[in-house]
Design a protein around this ligand. Structure first.
Ligand SMILES: [Mn+2]
Length: 348
């Protein structure tokens, strides 16, 4: 199904009562935007109320700001009484995905997602009344925008801001994996959205811990030819690992940037590349091996290795060793990013 089927969506909904909306663990702007958009549609068009369940802490400063400034309220997953709800909708993820655990004991009425499905999610599709998975969309927020359009509902300023942020961050302002669907939604929503709020979400206040973590990342970064390896110890959030990988890939010249850090009992890994024609997913797949799981495509991939059978040092050694093999570089030959900082007497 490429465009939303309004009749199928309507048929999936109860005539009254409450619903739960949920997304993947550690919700990102696209997940949050899609939930706010669906919540608005359900209220406006169907007079249905819904509660949001947000699993995993939201820690990236932009995402925290988005949640606070848009006043996105959520109920704790553990406190849900299934009798109070008719069912749930999953957005920006699918029930079969490992980072997604919808509250149990409630039927899944709908799934709206732009990620490629897995075998597990294909099995779930048969049992879900509204299963709309469309990888030709750059963001789930765009899908929700199209659903609003299909019902002739104009988002208000808050919903438009949330949806706009979702599209904006998932497609990096229409530069990454965006299609004409995303473009149309982006420019339309931009006119309605609150620009001051968007600016505040884009440049949120950052904690001292954030800067300390970035300082640590600079000290840890090793340059093996065209491969940058930043294997940190404990980090403040999984998103920090992605930010470090994103930041260092901007070092002049084409390269692979692999960052890692331990958080919540897992060693998080993020790989970015600006090498011409390079594909990040197979590379990270080869580095993580059977010890963990990963996803991604094009220039970015992310994954994790549980710190259960292997401890932190063992995982770091394994990752470094495999990265050397995958990127065909010599383990002994590296430079540091900031030689002055390494000796403790640098800085200007
Ligand atoms: Mn998304």
């Amino acid at each position: 199904m490429t465009l939303p089927d309004p009749a199928a969506f309507r048929n999936a909904l109860p005539s009254e009562g409450r619903l739960i909306l949920c997304t993947h663990r550690h919700p990102d702007p696209d997940g949050l935007g899609a939930m706010v958009g669906i919540q608005y549609l359900l209220k406006k068009r169907f007079e249905l109320d819904c509660d949001l369940v947000l699993e995993g802490r939201i820690r990236r400063a932009e995402n925290v700001a988005m949640r606070q400034l848009l006043e996105i309220q959520a109920v704790p997953k553990g406190g849900i009484n299934p009798a109070d709800y008719h069912g749930l909708l999953v957005v920006d993820s699918q029930p079969g995905f490992t980072h997604t655990n919808p509250p149990g004991a409630l039927p899944i009425l709908g799934v709206i997602d732009h990620h490629q499905g897995s075998e597990e999610s294909a099995a779930v599709a048969e049992t879900v009344p509204f299963f709309w998975v469309a990888p030709h969309y750059g963001a789930t927020s765009t899908m929700v925008y199209d659903l609003l359009c299909a019902f002739g509902v104009r988002p208000d300023r808050r919903a438009a801001t949330a949806l706009f942020c979702g599209i904006r961050y998932d497609t990096n302002n229409l530069v990454r994996d965006s299609t004409t669907f995303d473009e149309r939604a982006y420019y339309d929503l931009e006119r309605v959205a609150d620009r001051k709020l968007i600016a505040a979400i884009d440049q949120p206040p950052l904690s001292r811990a954030y800067f300390a973590q970035m300082g640590e990342a600079i000290r840890r970064c090793r340059i093996f030819g065209t491969t940058l390896l930043t294997l940190m110890d404990e980090v403040t959030s999984p998103e920090m690992v992605a930010e470090v990988a994103d930041w260092f890939v901007r070092l002049e010249g084409p390269q692979w940037s692999l960052a890692g850090g331990a958080c919540d009992g897992r060693y998080q890994l993020s790989l970015r590349t600006d090498m011409p024609g390079a594909d990040a997913y197979p590379a990270l797949r080869g580095i993580i091996g059977k010890e963990g799981s990963c996803g991604g495509h094009g220039r970015m991939a992310g994954g994790q290795i549980p710190l259960t059978e292997l401890d932190l040092k063992a995982v770091q050694r394994l990752v470094q060793h495999r990265a050397m093999e995958v990127f065909e570089v010599e383990e002994t030959q590296y430079q540091v990013l900031d030689p002055g900082g390494e000796n403790g007497n640098g800085g200007d």
